[in-house]
Design a protein around this ligand. Structure first.
Ligand SMILES: Cc1cc2nc3c(=O)[nH]c(=O)nc-3n(C[C@H](O)[C@H](O)[C@H](O)COP(=O)(O)OP(=O)(O)OC[C@H]3O[C@@H](n4cnc5c(N)ncnc54)[C@H](O)[C@@H]3O)c2cc1C
Length: 467
């Protein structure tokens, strides 16, 4: 009976329909974050927006919840029931160089947009890794290398094609549906399944970036210096600092391999001759073991953070700080500094402010504009250690609570159980009102429909073998 129903769906779509038990399903739903293994009842590998609409209508008729995955970079809990739409095959990218605009389908990663925009001297508001999916990143806000000058990626979105819980395909823009357009830019997947995004690109005639890597011994001095230097920088600069404990494996760049180090990341969107003067104060603090800061094409931005490109199991936790006084830096060093033996791969602070703190041209639901700094912590989380990793990562964020805004960025928030706290209360109330109007049956789930409810049985912290 179940197989027959799936066959009916399979006949209606151009993509592939897989029963969750089908051996091919595991490969189709594999997430970049290997800490999470999905076990949905049915998988739809969608080829186009019509496939997505068919999948949503089918799920509604069957009473199945719907989830979506592009790359699995944002996977934080397993999908253990219902229908999972994968968008990997939806790879259309169209650049309009005259209007300086991109239109991309749901499965596109930033790399494709960066490469298609670069010949026109344009760039998207992409982030630290071009392997991340455009739609998940942008609907969660999206804070990247040009953020302090141009804001969150969601701020430049012009229109959103999505399939709502009734199975309808809609193109949502400020004129067509202002409330839904507001909500979907920042409220992520709670309102529908996005099939395409249209957004502005920015001209990047000159760009510089790179990282300075410092030894563990120098880390406390450099971290204190960074906290004083970063807020003095103009909006053309983005910078972050990270305490790194990366494994001794060939994939890790040599100066970071198997040691504790501190990375100061820097990017500048403007004339190259200003870079040396801007960076000089940090270069004077200590001698870096590597200093790659200099002019680069925007297309080379992945070299700034050197994020992992291969899938791995990880747990992430995040928060926002309203300020970063010396006491906060000392606290961070006490709980996660080089003198502490703790298995945290990345403990990162990003400077915010500038355009990130201002409303979008068309206001949206992006969380976190009040932050002066973001904090995010990533711990390796092979299944037996996932619970410990989560507690350690969360502990660092909690230690900084005296300086916290109480909110977080959706993209760095970590587990969905805490995500409802990402938004300020008035924004959350409006998001819930829009959610109630467009998805009254909570087909798409998400942090808005069921506040703070995370059944232990579906927690990402439950080792896969224990389920
Ligand atoms: C290495 C790495 C670097 C990162 N760097 C940054 C950064 O610099 N700045 C930043 O802001 N974030 C960053 N992130 C966080 C990233 O933006 C989020 O994890 C984002 O959700 C990933 O989107 P995805 O599509 O790649 O992942 P997925 O796991 O495929 O999707 C994540 C979520 O996005 C939503 N989603 C995906 N596709 C759709 C769709 N078609 N319709 C509706 N909802 C959808 C769903 O809620 C889904 O669960 C980084 C993450 C990693 C792992």
């Amino acid at each position: 009976m179940q197989a027959t129903t799936h066959e009916t769906l399979a006949r209606r779509v151009r993509g592939t329909v897989l029963d969750g038990q089908d051996p091919q399903a595991a490969a189709e739903v594999a997430a970049f974050n290997r800490a999470v293994t999905h076990h949905p009842a049915v998988v739809v590998a969608a080829r186009d927006a019509d496939d997505v609409a068919e999948a949503v209508r089918y799920a509604a008729a069957q009473g199945l919840p719907v989830a979506v995955q592009a790359t699995g970079h944002g996977a934080s809990r397993p999908v253990d029931a219902g229908l999972l739409v994968t968008t990997r095959a939806m790879q259309g990218v169209h650049i309009d160089p005259v209007a300086r605009r991109a239109r991309v389908e749901a499965g596109v990663r930033w790399r494709s947009v960066i490469d298609a925009a670069a010949p026109h001297g344009l760039a998207p508001l992409s982030g630290s890794s071009s392997g991340v999916g455009v739609v998940g990143y942008t609907t969660g806000g999206g804070m990247g290398h040009l953020a302090r000058r141009h804001g969150f990626a969601a701020d430049l979105v012009r229109s959103v094609d999505l399939v709502t819980a009734d199975g309808a395909r809609r193109t949502v823009s400020p004129d067509s549906d202002p409330d839904l357009f507001w909500a979907v830019r920042g409220g992520q997947s709670a309102f529908g399944l996005v099939t395409a995004l249209e957004f502005d690109l920015v001209p990047v005639p000159e760009f510089a970036g790179g990282a300075m890597i410092f030894r563990a011994d120098d880390a406390p001095r450099v971290l204190h210096a960074w906290s004083a230097w970063a807020p003095t920088l103009p909006e053309e600069v983005t910078t972050s600092v990270a305490i790194l404990r990366l494994p001794a494996v060939p994939e890790v760049p040599a100066p970071l391999r198997g040691v504790v180090s501190l990375a100061v990341r820097f990017s500048h969107h403007g004339p190259a001759e200003r870079v040396a003067g801007l960076v000089a104060p940090m270069r004077r603090v200590a001698t870096p073991v590597l200093d790659s800061i200099g002019p680069m094409p925007y297309a080379a931005v992945d070299a700034i953070h050197m994020d992992p490109t291969d899938p791995m199991p990880a747990v992430a936790r995040g928060g926002l700080l309203g300020s970063l006084p010396e006491a906060a830096v000392e606290t961070l060093l006490t709980v996660a500094g080089p003198g502490v033996d703790v298995p945290l791969a990345v403990v990162e602070l990003r400077l915010m402010g500038g355009a990130l703190g201002r409303p979008a041209p068309v206001p949206n639901a992006v969380a976190g504009r009040e932050g002066a700094f973001s904090v995010s912590v990533v711990a390796p989380a092979p299944p037996p250690l996932a619970e410990v990793a989560s507690a350690l990562a969360g502990g660092v964020v909690e230690a900084l609570a005296p300086w916290s805004t109480g909110t977080t960025l959706v993209n760095f928030g970590g587990d969905r159980s805490t995500l409802a706290r990402a938004w300020a209360p008035d924004v959350l109330a409006r998001l819930r009102a829009v959610k109630a109007a467009v998805d009254p049956g909570d087909v798409f789930g998400g942090p808005l429909g069921t506040p703070d409810a995370v059944p232990a049985a579906v927690s990402p912290l439950v080792p896969a073998g224990a389920r």
